[in-house]
Design a protein around this ligand. Structure first.
Ligand SMILES: C[S@@+](CC[C@H](N)C(=O)[O-])C[C@H]1O[C@@H](n2cnc3c(N)ncnc32)[C@H](O)[C@@H]1O
Length: 223
């Protein structure tokens, strides 16, 4: 379904310019873009050397804003490729005056250009599109192609924490972690029955819970 472009989108994003980096989309070839460094000065952006966690595919930003508020000594970068969605996350962070979150409007494919080795402590993948059709497999955010990208900047011992409502995507992801140098440290097939302390509910999670769907969760550690 095609999403209606929000009114005054560019002006609304421009009003949040201090908390967002908009990727250069003039380079259409993602491989070339990924290989063209534009390293984010993390300590300058946040004004401290606290650990930095990423959320990839943050949607409207409920998870990252609430998680950032609960953890003021951790910095968060939330990545979202669709500016029409991201604008709501930006406005939420501004309205709530959250200082330890910064946004990146780009696709996960080009993340290597922004981060140096060992710069990221944790990655959250919340309800990433499961893309069940075989032909779209390579676009799943836990496909080995992406896990290898994350390994370029995630610290050893750093975790990927994933939540999904999709059992097949959960099983696919488990296999993918195992083949890409990640150790599975915990799994859960019904988060409501085994809640994790400090875990924040996302927008999609709320919808799936309302429909009575079990939520799957994985913690995978980079070796
Ligand atoms: C199903 S939504 C989930 C949003 C939010 N994490 C939640 O749990 O409510 C998935 C989001 O991931 C974003 N996304 C999908 N593929 C992406 C990619 N390759 N790079 C960055 N964002 C991506 C989509 O635009 C969408 O906003």
């Amino acid at each position: 379904m095609r999403m209606h472009k929000k009114s005054h989108l560019e002006e609304r994003i421009a009003a949040c310019a201090d908390i967002v980096k908009i990727a250069d989309i003039t380079q259409k070839n993602m491989k070339i873009s990924a290989a063209t460094p534009d390293i984010l000065p993390l300590e300058t952006i946040f004004g401290n050397a606290n650990p930095v966690c990423l959320e990839i595919g943050c949607g409207k930003g409920k998870f990252v804003c609430e998680t950032a508020r609960l953890n003021p000594s951790i910095n968060y970068i939330a990545v979202e490729k669709i500016s029409n969605v991201l604008v709501e996350a930006l406005e939420r962070a501004k309205a709530e005056n959250i200082k330890n979150v910064y946004f990146l409007n780009c696709a996960a494919e080009v993340l290597p250009r922004y981060f140096v080795r060992d710069s990221i402590s944790r990655i959250y993948l919340n309800f990433s599109n499961p893309l069940p059709k075989e032909g779209y497999k390579k676009q799943r955010l836990t496909h080995p192609k992406f896990l290898n990208i994350y390994s370029g900047f995630l610290k050893s011992g750093g975790k990927i924490i994933q939540k999904t409502d999709d059992r097949d995507f959960y099983l696919f992801s488990l296999e993918s972690y195992a083949t890409c140098g990640y150790k599975i440290v915990s799994t859960c097939q019904n988060l409501a029955a085994e809640p994790v302390e400090g875990d924040v509910e996302t927008e999609h999670e709320r919808l799936f819970k309302e429909r009575g769907k079990p939520i799957f969760r994985i913690e995978a550690e980079k070796l």
